[in-house]
Ligand binder design. Structure first.
Ligand code: FPP
Length: 241
C-alpha cells in the first residue's frame, strides 16, 4: 500500500472479481451478452481511474477455468468481446502507460486471441504507469498445481534441494511472479465467494464485497471503496507500535 497524500492510504494492488453482468442484463430483459458488453465499458472506466486514484496494479478476473461450462453462445460471445476490447483499447493502453499482462492457461484459447494478447504484452513492456493484469482462463488451483509440477521438475533436475524448498520457490512458478500480492480484492454483485481467484496471492488481502452489479460499478463506487480501505488501514496503523 502507498500513501496517496497525507490523508489517504491507497492499496498498491487491487484485484476485482467482476460479477453480476448476467443479472444486470436479465433484469433489463436483455441477452446476457449485453451485460458483458456493459461490463467491458466499466473495465475501461476503472482502468482509466486507477492512475488518478494512485493504484499501481489492477488485476481483473475476466474468464475463469469454470466459465467454459456456460452456454457455447455465451462463451463465444465473451471471447469475441475480449478480442474486440483488445483491438479497440490497444492504442490507448499503449500510449497511456499501461503495462498489460495476462494470467491463465492460454492453450485452449483461440490462436487469434492469443496473438492479440502476446502482442499487447510485448508492446507494453516498457510501460509503468499502471500494471493491468487480465485473468483469462484462470483458476487458482490450476495455477498452484502447475507451479507445484514445475517446482517438482526443478527438484528433479537438481536445481533445488527438496528439503530446502520455500514458499518463495513455489511463488516463482506462479503466473503472478512478476507482480505484488493484492492488497485489496473487490467482488461485485453481492456474492461473498472467492471463486478460485488468486488463492495463494490473497492470503493477506483485505476483501470488499459490494452489492453493485459490475455493469453499474462506476469510478465513484471504486473511489468509495478505496476510501473505506484507507480508513481501515489508518485504524490498523493506529494500534500498531
Ligand atoms: C461475471 O458475471 C462476469 C464474467 C464471467 C465476465 C467478465 C467479463 C467482462 C466484464 C467483459 C470484459 C472484460 C475485459 C477484461 C475487457 P456473470 O455473467 O457471472 O453474472 P451473473 O452472476 O449475474 O450471471
Amino acid at each position: 500500500m502507498a500513501a496517496k497524500d497525507n490523508r489517504q492510504v491507497v492499496p498498491e494492488h487491487v484485484a476485482i472479481i467482476m460479477d453480476g453482468n448476467g443479472r444486470w442484463a436479465t433484469r433489463r430483459g436483455l441477452a446476457r451478452l449485453r451485460g458483458h458488453q456493459a461490463g467491458a465499458t466499466r473495465v475501461r472506466e476503472i482502468v482509466r481511474a486507477c492512475p488518478d486514484q494512485g493504484v499501481r496494479y489492477l488485476t481483473l478476473f475476466a474468464f475463469s477455468t469454470e466459465n467454459w461450462r456456460r452456454a457455447r453462445s455465451e462463451v463465444a460471445g465473451l471471447m469475441a468481446l475480449l478480442r474486440r476490447y483488445l483491438k479497440s483499447e490497444a492504442a490507448e493502453l499503449i500510449t497511456s502507460g499501461v503495462r498489460v499482462r495476462f494470467i491463465g492457461d492460454r492453450r485452449p484459447l483461440n490462436p487469434g486471441l492469443v496473438r492479440l494478447m502476446t502482442d499487447l504484452e510485448s508492446r507494453t513492456t516498457q510501460n509503468d504507469r499502471l500494471h493491468l493484469t487480465v485473468a483469462l482462463n484462470y483458476g487458482a488451483r490450476d495455477e498452484i498445481t502447475q507451479a507445484a509440477v514445475a517446482l517438482a521438475e526443478a527438484i528433479r533436475r537438481g536445481e533445488i534441494a527438496p528439503d530446502a524448498v520455500t514458499a518463495t520457490d513455489l511463488e516463482g512458478f506462479l503466473y503472478t511472479r512478476a507482480i505484488p500480492d493484492p492488497d485489496l480484492v473487490i467482488r461485485t454483485s453481492g456474492e461473498k465467494r472467492v471463486s478460485n481467484f488468486l488463492l495463494w496471492q490473497s492470503a493477506y488481502s483485505e476483501y470488499e464485497f459490494t452489492k453493485v452489479l459490475w455493469p453499474d460499478f462506476s469510478a465513484n463506487h471504486f473511489a468509495d471503496i478505496l476510501l473505506n480501505y484507507g480508513a481501515r488501514e489508518r485504524r490498523f496503523g493506529a494500534v500498531l507500535p
